[in-house]
Design a binder for this molecule. Structure first.
Ligand SMILES: C[S@@+](CC[C@H](N)C(=O)[O-])C[C@H]1O[C@@H](n2cnc3c(N)ncnc32)[C@H](O)[C@@H]1O
Ligand SMILES: [Zn+2]
Length: 269
């Protein structure tokens, strides 16, 4: 579908005014213009992508790993908790896997994926026909109008509480998935991967306090039977792709241990 159905959610990254779509260019009344890429996404970074943005190979590895269903319990939990949402935004969405599966489950919903990696945004642009894709830096501020999201998803991705509160409408939900300390423990041990620092839940809750009310927290644990190919993809899809790590020679049973934390935007500020 491209960006047309979600254009009204977007804000000009330069001046903050609304954007409208004219053929294949987004523009604001001030005169700032952003051309759509051939794949249908748009770069609203307003600058070059950071040098450490996910590469084509990392994005492909992530797509294969997620496509194999290894993280399906995360999808199921997100689907179950977004039933009433019609406008769903996923930040740091990578390939757009979670948002696409959530949209599959909710036929009346429309989605927008953002990511700082142009390669990821390119992939997300093709992930679902009710989903648009934008290159944007969560930390720099989201190029979205205030209150446009009924639900905002953030799965293993950077958070910006002030921006999350701004773009989530009153009563809207913020769903955050973070790794617990034991996440992928066997893979880390066997391959000497970078430590996945278990996100401290207390820190997450503190950072969201004020604008959001914590309403639900769920620990999700399962065991993945990873063959050598999937294990290789697990290594290649994250920051380990840039670092020394042990060689993948055969498969491994690996525990997944993540936390889904759900916050509701205060009805009034
Ligand atoms: C660990 S991956 C998770 C991707 C996706 N949510 C998933 O679980 O498949 C982290 C993602 O955050 C993106 N990212 C990193 N820094 C970002 C930033 N400042 N703003 C937006 N996205 C960012 C990366 O490009 C990457 O796609
Ligand atoms: Zn503008």
């Amino acid at each position: 579908m491209g960006l047309a159905p979600v254009t009204s959610w977007l804000a000009c990254p330069t001046c903050g005014l609304a954007l409208s779509l004219d053929e294949r260019t987004l523009g604001c009344r001030t005169g700032h213009r952003f051309d759509l890429a051939r794949q249908g996404h748009v770069n609203l970074l307003g600058r070059a992508a950071p040098a450490n943005a996910d590469t084509t190979e990392m994005v492909a590895a992530r797509a294969r790993f997620l496509g194999a269903g290894h993280y399906q319990p995360i999808v199921d939990a997100l689907v179950a908790r977004t039933r009433s949402a019609r406008r769903i935004v996923e930040v740091g969405a990578g390939t757009g896997h979670y948002l696409a599966r959530v949209l599959d489950a909710h036929p009346a919903a429309t989605g927008l994926a953002t990511d700082v990696s142009p390669m990821a945004a390119r992939r997300a642009a093709k992930a679902h026909d009710r989903m648009g894709s934008v290159v944007a830096d969560t930390w720099a501020g989201l190029p979205l109008r205030s209150g446009v999201a009924d639900a905002l998803l953030c799965v293993f991705a950077p958070r910006n509480p002030v921006e999350f509160a701004r773009v989530t409408g009153p009563g809207g939900l913020l769903l955050v998935v973070t790794p617990n300390a034991g996440h992928l423990a066997q893979a880390r041990e066997r391959l000497g991967l970078l430590g996945i620092e278990g996100d401290k839940l207390a820190r997450l809750n503190r950072s969201m306090a004020g604008a959001f009310e914590a309403i639900w927290s769920q620990r999700i644990r399962w065991t993945m039977d990873l063959d050598a190919g999937s294990l290789q993809d697990l290594v290649q899809m994250g920051p380990n792709a840039f670092h020394e790590h042990g060689e993948v020679v055969d498969g491994l049973e690996v525990d997944a241990d993540v936390q889904l934390s759900i916050f509701r935007r205060a009805a009034r500020q």
